[in-house]
Ligand binder design. Structure first.
Ligand code: N01
Length: 494
């Protein structure tokens, strides 16, 4: 029995990456579908619905360049507003008919003879199906698989447990004793609203965050009107935001000294809200700003200074039915324990069980080190593309810019493959080690590797495997004019 390709392109995930890729595929007339394991689109912005969830990238830059939105209500959009924007894009480009909701990829295996991917997918009803795809674009994201640390005794806790990325919208904290573990970006955002309503809030802090003031004005109606009537004005605003954001990368990659002024501003910000010197000492970071993603909030420090809030810096020793005991013996009785403890950043790929050329699995190939070419292709995995993959996340400006550059490259490579009458495209394996070496050399000088902290940016060996160590402009230039000799086009359409 001959096997046939079901779809030219299968896109996995319907967050910013998946939606952007789907729009490009539709515009180019490709036969494609989108597999989405949840029952709605949105990815990060569908899942992260915790109180206070916002984007710390300016709204007018956190959108597709081809679909600017004059209606952003303020400088930094809330999760709800971003989700509404993505829903609008899905309707405008009639993508819904292409999306298979409740469909989870369990396994992906490359068939060299067919130059296509066999996907085993399961549906919400438990049905398991097979699909064959001429190419696969993974828009599954790094910040997707929530991590709950394995604290001793956690299973015995009788209160409620929640992770920020799986917030139950029906949850109320009014009158409750609440604990929050983690003070990264999610912790800094969720702590103020919880502190406002909870009877008592205990913040379990392992490492203090750098917190900058947030300048977040609402856009007045007259400006929204202007942006609607004169899109060039909105584009000019975006251009300014883009330039101001992208220039900051130098401070992270080359001149951490440039972060001194921002660090001073953050310390002054803390001092203005926190009068207790002991609390100040607990909240003062001992690593260079930017080593972990810096945060912005005007309500975080006032929340920590409130009478109903305790900052616990003694490590968590034990959880029992009634709450948490710290290593110094302090007992914190809790009704609700919230984990703002981040994500398993390579888990989203691991769970896809990807097998490429020669029966090699991505899991094994990446076990000692992750190797990609500009984060989009990986040697040994033809016709497979990563969106916002390794070494392409940003700490300084909008990742949507990176996603668009990647979509452009993927579209070009697939068009080139088809125009040549080839059946497969993959990066030449021999050029990848030199590319990774260059990335390593640049990352070694960065604040992420040398700033005196650990973070999800680094692998177990302390190598940056998440962030792009350059400007968006540089990345766009590399991807928009790809060296086609860097890729192998093989097979022929019979
Ligand atoms: O996760 P994180 P996040 N005991 O991994 C602590 C994006 N984001 O969800 O620093 C005690 O950064 C851990 O402590 P330590 C953004 O890119 C963006 O906050 O490891 N504590 C840390 O404090 C961000 O970088 C927005 O010592 C434990 C925290 O949990 C990324 O998502 C908003 C612990 C985890 O911080 C992830 O942010 C929100 C333990 N056993 C998120 N285990 C925007 O605005 C972990 N921690 C765009």
């Amino acid at each position: 029995m001959s096997v046939r390709v079901d779809h030219d392109l299968v896109i996995v995930g319907s967050g910013f990456s998946g939606i952007g890729m789907a729009i490009a595929a539709k515009n180019r007339g490709r036969d494609f579908i989108v597999l989405e394991k949840s029952d709605e689109i949105g990815g990060t912005w569908r899942d992260n619905r915790y109180p206070g969830c916002e984007c710390d990238v300016p709204s007018h830059l956190y959108s597709f360049s081809f679909e600017l939105n004059p209606y952003w209500s303020k400088a930094y959009a809330t999760a709800d507003e971003i989700q509404d924007y993505l829903l609008y894009c899905v309707e405008k480009y009639s993508l819904r008919e292409h999306i298979r909701f409740g469909t989870s990829v369990e396994r992906m295996t490359y068939d060299e003879g067919l130059a296509a991917w066999h996907l085993t997918v399961s549906t919400g009803t438990g049905e398991v199906r097979q699909l064959v795809a001429g190419a696969v674009a993974l828009g599954v994201g790094a910040l997707h698989e929530p991590v709950i640390p394995q604290l001793p005794g956690l299973e015995s806790f009788r209160g409620e447990l929640l992770h920020t990325a799986a917030w139950d919208p029906g949850t109320t904290v009014v009158g409750k004793r609440v604990g929050v573990v983690g003070t990264g970006c999610s912790g800094v955002q969720i702590i103020p609203p919880l502190a406002e309503d909870a009877r008592h809030l205990t913040v379990f802090q392992r490492t203090p965050a750098w917190v900058l003031p947030k300048v977040d004005p609402a856009y007045p109606d007259w400006l929204i009107d202007q942006y609607e009537k004169r899109p060039w004005l909105m584009k000019a605003h975006r251009t300014k935001l883009r330039a101001a954001g992208d220039v900051r990368v130098g401070a992270f990659t080359k001149q951490p000294a440039a972060l001194k002024a921002a660090s001073k501003a953050a310390v002054a910000h803390m001092r203005s809200a926190i009068k207790d010197p002991q609390l100040r000492a607990k909240l003062t970071p001992d690593y260079t700003m930017g080593c972990k993603r810096a945060t912005m909030s005007n309500s975080y420090y006032p929340a920590l200074a409130a009478d109903n809030v305790t900052v616990e810096t003694s490590p968590i020793k034990q959880v029992d039915a009634g709450g948490v005991t710290a290593a110094d013996g302090t007992v914190h009785e809790l009704d609700l324990l919230v984990f703002a403890t981040g994500f398993d950043v390579t888990g989203s790929y691991r769970h896809l069980n990807i097998t490429g050329l020669g029966g090699h699995t991505l899991d094994t190939d990446w076990a000692d080190d992750i190797r990609t070419y500009y984060g989009v292709t990986a040697p040994g995995y033809p016709n497979l593309f990563f969106l916002l993959g390794p070494n392409t996340v940003l700490g300084h400006t909008s990742v949507v810019l990176m996603i668009e550059a990647q979509i452009g490259l993927i579209s070009k490579l697939l068009d080139e493959r088809d125009e040549r009458g080839a059946t497969a495209v993959q990066v030449r394996p021999q050029i990848v080690p030199a590319h990774m070496k260059r990335l390593d050399e640049r990352s070694a000088k960065s604040v992420w590797e040398s700033g005196g902290c650990t973070s999800w940016y680094l692998d177990d060996e302390g190598r940056n495997r998440m962030l792009w160590p350059g400007s968006v402009g540089e990345y766009e230039r590399k991807l928009s004019r790809p060296e086609l000799v860097d890729y192998e086009f093989t097979g022929s359409v019979s």
